[in-house]
Design a protein around this ligand. Structure first.
Ligand code: ADP
Ligand code: MG
Length: 351
């Protein structure tokens, strides 16, 4: 039995169809990340799970119970927002315990739960402070604390780290990951940040225009993208995509790429298609017979690695390397086993 199940979900705002035919089954105990560009429907989907947005069509089931018509407070789901949603006039203790007041439990039990959550989140010393006396990261911990004390079946996170600076963001990322391991909680986490998705998720749902482009483990999505959208969305800098025009196809298994003839056994090229190669898979040492001379436009030095931006004719080529480049012209090598092939509809060609 799926822990969380979406059946044919459809949602529109007026004429704007935001989610269409959304189907997904999630196992218990998994950290699920919904990843996609801004406006693709991630928050809308999360809000439908929480009961903050009406579902036009389809079903959402949590442990086989239909959620559609349940009040938000009856769903046993806790949501953590990007904006933290803390009450400014309440201190940390009161903010964390806020959701517990409506439940019929004693003051002592409330205190126990708040202290337990505060310990997990390392904010025990801050219980008397008001939100304005806290840093961004501490506020986010308070918001998570409020979710933890409710002991929900499912946690929902909507871009919880996007208001934090880069250093805090990576620190909180690690904290959230540890929290998931410790509590073995079920999490659906929304982000547009591929690093958060890759580092946190057991499974990533790549969304685009209200639809699922791919559902899989981070490794699977990185290694086996099903189409060019996914291939370009995961990986930084993004995968190089080169179009092979029909006139550059020499025969079923040979084509011309940037003036080089390339042969790929057991292929069947007949119309235009695309070649993909990740910047980190391009080599500056002779590791392949596919050698291409390019012009270097810019080298970005990121410390341990460099990003080389070059071009051949009108095509930009991005390369990730540990080597520093001073030359204006270099030869790059494309290992054949690292090439991705996509058909003229931008779907992966099965090799
Ligand atoms: P994401 O979280 O992926 O950035 P959203 O789910 O917030 O995307 O929004 C998806 C689309 O739905 C956008 O086009 C947005 O403008 C629209 N939308 C979201 N909420 C509403 C609303 N309450 N009323 C009208 N349109 C909305
Ligand atoms: Mg959103």
């Amino acid at each position: 039995m799926a822990f969380l199940k979406f059946e044919d979900i459809d949602k529109s705002f007026g004429e704007n169809n935001v989610i269409s035919k959304f189907n997904l089954e999630v196992e218990k105990g998994k950290f699920i990340v919904l990843l996609g560009p801004s406006g693709c429907g991630k928050s809308t989907l999360l809000r439908m799970i929480a009961g903050l947005e009406k579902i036009d069509y389809g079903k959402i089931l949590l442990e086989n119970n239909l959620l559609n018509n349940l009040l938000p407070s009856k769903r046993q789901i806790a949501m953590v927002f990007q904006s933290y949603a803390l009450y400014p006039h309440m201190n940390v203790f009161q903010n964390i315990s806020f959701g517990l007041k409506s439940e019929k439990i004693s003051k002592d039990q409330i205190k126990e739960k708040v202290i337990e959550a505060a310990k997990i989140l390392k904010i025990e010393d801050l219980l008397d402070r008001r939100p304005k006396e806290l840093s961004g990261g501490q506020r986010q911990r308070v918001a998570i604390g409020r979710a933890i004390t409710r002991n929900p079946k499912l946690f929902l996170f909507d871009e919880p780290l996007s208001n934090l600076d880069a250093a805090l963001r990576s620190e909180m990322r690690v904290e959230i990951s540890k929290l998931h391991k410790k509590l073995k909680s079920n999490i659906v986490y929304v982000t547009h940040d591929q690093i958060e998705a890759m580092t946190l998720a057991d499974r990533i749902v790549i969304m685009n225009n209200g639809k699922i482009e791919q559902f899989g483990s981070p490794e699977d999505i990185y290694n086996n993208p099903t189409n060019i959208f996914v291939a370009e969305f995961i990986g930084n800098p993004k995968m190089n995509i080169l179009k092979i025009k029909t006139q550059d196809i020499i025969n079923k298994s040979t084509f011309k790429l940037l003036n080089k003839e390339i042969r790929i056994e057991n292929s069947n090229f007949d119309r235009e298609f695309y070649i993909g190669i990740r910047p980190e898979d391009i080599s500056l040492e002779k590791k392949s017979e596919i050698a291409i001379d390019i012009n270097v436009d810019l080298v970005e030095n990121l410390g341990s690695e460099k990003i080389i931006y070059g071009h051949l004719d009108d095509t930009e080529i991005r390369i990730k390397s540990s080597k520093n480049i001073k030359d204006k012209n270099i030869t790059i090598y494309l290992p054949k086993n690292k090439l991705y092939l996509f058909d003229n509809n931008k779907n992966r060609l099965k090799a």
